[in-house]
Design a protein around this ligand. Structure first.
Ligand code: HAM
Length: 413
């Protein structure tokens, strides 16, 4: 019979790779909690309209990449990202009544129908943070700090933080018009996607990777608009303050005026953190401010800012040799299966992860197995059974000692 295989763009995370995932999850819990963030878990599918209205119907994500299906005449979509879902939950659960800032973090699978390549999957995982209720740039700085410190806690340092300000809707409108004006003479020479972007979302023109388009955008009159400072005074002040905080906090960053991000909800601060050790898919983190999204999805006016990181990309960068191997604490080695199972269960009841040989192998084979999977061998020979004791062997140092059964748990702990 034909073998059923894992779907293109999806991957199993196997037991021999799970260590690094537990490590990323543990560190997320630890670091984000330190900043007062609480974990939130939202459903994996939502109403399609949430993403159309939230992420934006001019984006590639909504236009080309969503896994959408119908059930009971409702259009549902597997979440391509989690900001929209978290905002929906924030509104639905009246979290605006909580004292600001409301800081939430999440982890879990996301789905985008993209062309798979190294660092890009159709089912991938994100860990992210969303902070609600603060319009001041202190929140922007704190969110970037959370991202940087989380990455540091994973041992990742060779990274570049890029920041930009997209301004407010008013200053952005000015910029869009100027950009359209200088690009208009070249419109027919741009790629098909850019021609659509020109009409629907001109800012996204800056994101195009097609060499012919890039050549056009490098023309002096177009560069003059791109590199010019289009943001209004208030937005410029917000951005200056953020940079000031980042300097004070010792976070190095680069201004990238081409950084526009691929989702529609952003205003003012946007940022990305890129790895210097990844190929073309080098963004490990993307985020920014989205002050109108809560209102646009039917909530009270609430400023917000957040980020998400691709966990597969993080996993590929983490040096696994620095992560302690997750071994079983104890392995009971004995020729007396009944006594072995009893002792194993006793230890498990005490909270110690324990295994024993289920196949009645020879004593030496059991010891070999123990040294592969456990930190300690708990040896239960006939002498030990008779004297109500056990021999504990540290499988790392080979040290061993005989202890009374009553003192075993204490010794292992
Ligand atoms: P995003 O830039 O679309 O932003 O995704 C964030 C990160 O998810 C990327 O930097 C990348 O590491 C990872 N990622 C995205 N697509 C894939 C893929 N197909 N395969 C593997 N990894 C991928 C967002 O999703 C926003 N919700 C971030 C945000 C939160 N903004 C504000 N709050």
């Amino acid at each position: 019979m034909a073998m059923i295989k894992v779907q293109k763009g999806t991957k199993d995370i196997l037991p021999n790779e799970i260590n690094v995932w537990h490590f990323m999850e543990k560190k997320a819990n630890e670091i984000f909690n330190k900043y007062g963030a609480k974990e939130i878990r939202t459903p994996i599918f939502e109403a399609t309209e949430l993403f159309a209205r939230g992420v934006g119907d001019t984006t590639d994500i909504v236009n080309k990449e969503m896994y959408t299906f119908e059930k009971s005449e409702r259009s549902l979509t597997l979440r391509p990202e989690n900001t929209a879902g978290v905002v929906r939950s924030f509104i639905e659960n009246g979290m605006h009544r909580l004292s600001a800032p409301v800081k939430l973090w999440y982890k879990g699978p996301m789905f985008r129908y993209e062309r798979p390549q190294a660092g890009r999957q159709r089912q991938f995982h994100q860990v992210g943070v969303e902070v609600f209720g603060i319009k001041q740039p202190t929140a922007d700085a704190e969110v970037i700090l959370m991202a940087v410190n989380y990455l540091k806690s994973l041992g990742l340092n060779d990274l570049t933080v890029e920041i930009n300000s997209l301004g407010c809707p008013t200053c952005r409108e000015n910029f869009k018009n100027k950009l359209k004006e200088v690009i208009k003479p070249y419109l027919s020479q741009l790629c098909e996607d850019c021609q659509t972007r020109y009409e629907k979302n001109p800012l996204r023109l800056l994101d195009c990777k097609v060499p012919e388009c890039q050549e056009i955008f490098s023309k002096p009159e177009i560069q003059a608009v791109i590199q010019g400072d289009f943001i209004c005074e208030e937005c410029a002040e917000h951005f200056e303050e953020l940079k000031n905080y980042l300097d004070i906090l010792g976070i190095k960053y680069e201004r990238n005026k081409l950084l526009v991000r691929g989702l529609d909800y952003y205003n003012r601060t946007v940022f990305e953190i890129k790895s210097n050790n990844l190929g073309s898919q080098n963004a490990v983190c993307g985020g920014g401010r989205y002050d109108s999204l809560v209102r646009n999805l039917g909530g009270e006016d609430t400023p917000a800012i957040g980020f998400a990181m691709g966990m597969e990309r993080l996993a590929s960068l983490i040096d696994v040799s620095n992560i302690p191997e997750e071994k079983t604490t104890a392995f009971v080695v004995s020729n007396n299966t009944i006594e072995a199972v009893k002792l194993t269960e006793e230890l498990r009841a005490e909270g110690i992860s324990t295994e024993f040989d289920l196949t009645n192998k020879k004593f030496v084979k059991q010891l070999e197995k123990a040294s592969k999977v456990a930190n300690f061998a708990v040896i239960l020979g006939e002498d030990e059974i008779a004297s109500n004791s056990v021999t504990v062997k540290n499988l790392l140092t080979s040290e061993q000692k005989t202890v009374k059964r009553g003192n075993l748990t204490e010794n292992l702990k």
